[in-house]
Design a protein around this ligand. Structure first.
Ligand code: AMP
Ligand code: TRP
Length: 326
C-alpha cells in the first residue's frame, strides 16, 4: 500500500488548540508510521487580507510552531508551498478540469466571501483547486485534517476522478484522516468552530501563558448547571477535559454534572491548568527555535528539495498524459 500522508496549514497567525486537536496532534502521530509531508501553504494565505511586511514573520512563526509541537524534520518533510512551484502549475491544469459549479458549492468559499466582501478575489474562489494540487502532487493515501476540510478533500477526489477519466489512471482516491476531536468549538460562541478569525477571546493558542488561558476559559460560556441537557459550551469544555486531563478528572466532573452539583469555576480552573501544563514544553521549544533561525532555514531548504523531487515526478507524468511534453 501507498505509505504517504500529506497535509497543509496556512501561515495566518498562531496555532490554537483547535488546530492541535483536529490536525497537528495527528500529524505528530502519523510521522512515526508513514512517509509524511507537511506544507505551510503561504500561497493559500494570500487569498485573505494581509500585510506584506508581516507575511514573512507569519511563515517563519508557523514553521517554528510546527517544529516546537513535535513535527520532527528527521521523520517528516516540512516545506513552504511557494518554494515548490509545481503546486501552482498543477493547480492550473486542474483548474481546466474543474467545473465552476463545483467551486460555487464550497461552504468555506461562501463563508469567507461573506466575511471579506471587499476582497472576493479569484484566488479565494479557486483555493480548493490549489489545495487539490497540494495533495495529489504527493499521491498520498491519507490527508489528516479537521472536519471543516472534508468538502475540500471530496473536491480533490472529484478532480482526481476527472483527470483519470480523461487522461488515464493516475491518481488514487484519498482518505480524510480525522481525530476523535475533529471540530473544537469557540469558547465564546460554541455554535461556531474555534477560529482565529472570530477574535482572541474565542481561541486558546498553544503559546498562551497559564494566566491568559485561565482568563479566557473563565469567560467561556457554559450553562446554569441545573439542566441535564448539556449545552454546546459545556460539551466543548468536557471535550477539552477529555483530551488534556486524566480519565479520573473527566469522570469526576461528568458525575458532578449528572448529579447537578457541578461547579463550573472548578472545572475551568482545572482545565486551564491542564492545558497550560500540556504545552509547557512546546512554549520552551518555541522560544529556543526563535533564537535559531538558521536552523529553521536549513530544515526548510532540505524540505524544499525533498518535496520538489516528488512533485516534479508527478508533474512530468501529468504533463505527458495531457500531451504537453514534446
Ligand atoms: P487552518 O489554520 O485553517 O489552516 O487549519 C489547519 C488545520 O487545523 C486544518 O486541518 C483544519 O481542519 C484544522 N482546524 C482548524 N480549526 C479547527 C477546529 N476548530 N477544530 C478542529 N480542527 C481545526
Ligand atoms: N485549506 C486548508 C485549511 O484551511 C489548508 C490546506 C491547504 C490543506 N492545502 C492543503 C490541508 C492540503 C490539507 C491538504 O486548513
Amino acid at each position: 500500500m501507498n505509505q504517504r500522508v500529506l497535509s497543509g496549514i496556512q501561515p495566518t497567525g498562531k496555532l490554537h488548540i483547535g488546530n492541535y486537536l483536529g490536525a497537528v496532534a495527528n500529524w505528530i502521530k502519523l510521522q512515526d508510521q508513514y512517509e509524511t509531508y507537511f506544507a505551510v501553504v503561504d500561497m493559500h494565505s494570500l487569498t485573505a487580507d494581509y500585510k506584506p511586511a508581516e507575511k514573512r514573520e507569519q511563515i517563519m512563526a508557523t514553521v517554528i510552531e510546527l517544529l516546537a509541537s513535535g513535527i520532527d524534520p528527521k521523520k517528516s518533510t516540512i516545506f513552504i508551498q511557494s518554494q515548490v512551484p509545481q503546486h501552482a502549475e498543477l493547480a492550473w491544469y486542474f483548474a481546466t478540469l474543474t467545473p465552476v459549479s463545483f467551486l460555487e458549492r464550497m461552504t468555506q468559499y461562501k463563508d469567507k466571501a461573506a466575511r471579506q466582501k471587499e476582497n472576493i478575489n479569484a484566488g479565494l474562489f479557486t483555493y480548493p483547486v490549489l489545495q487539490a494540487a497540494d495533495i495529489l502532487l504527493y499521491k498520498p493515501f491519507g490527508v489528516p485534517v479537521g472536519e471543516d476540510q472534508l468538502q475540500h478533500l471530496e473536491l480533490a477526489n472529484d478532480i482526481a476522478r476527472k483527470f483519470n477519466a480523461r487522461f488515464g489512471s493516475t491518481f488514487e482516491q484519498i482518505k480524510p484522516l480525522l481525530t476523535k476531536t475533529p471540530r473544537v468549538m469557540s469558547l465564546l460562541e460554541p455554535s461556531k468552530k474555534m477560529s482565529k478569525s472570530l477574535g482572541e477571546g474565542h481561541v486558546i493558542n498553544m503559546n498562551d501563558e497559564a494566566a491568559v488561558i485561565e482568563k479566557k476559559i473563565s469567560k467561556a460560556v457554559t450553562d446554569t448547571g441545573s439542566t441535564k441537557q448539556m449545552s454546546a459550551g459545556t460539551k466543548n469544555l468536557f471535550t477539552l477535559l477529555e483530551n488534556f486531563g486524566e480519565p479520573e478528572e473527566f469522570n469526576f466532573f461528568k458525575e458532578a454534572f449528572a448529579s447537578g452539583n457541578i461547579k463550573y469555576s472548578d472545572l475551568k480552573k482545572n482545565l486551564a491548568k491542564l492545558i497550560a501544563h500540556h504545552f509547557a514544553d512546546y512554549r520552551r521549544r518555541r522560544k529556543e527555535l526563535e533564537k535559531n533561525p538558521e536552523q529553521v532555514m536549513r530544515i526548510l531548504a532540505e524540505g524544499k528539495e525533498k518535496a520538489q523531487a516528488v512533485a516534479a515526478r508527478t508533474l512530468t507524468e501529468v504533463k505527458t498524459k495531457m500531451g504537453l511534453v514534446l
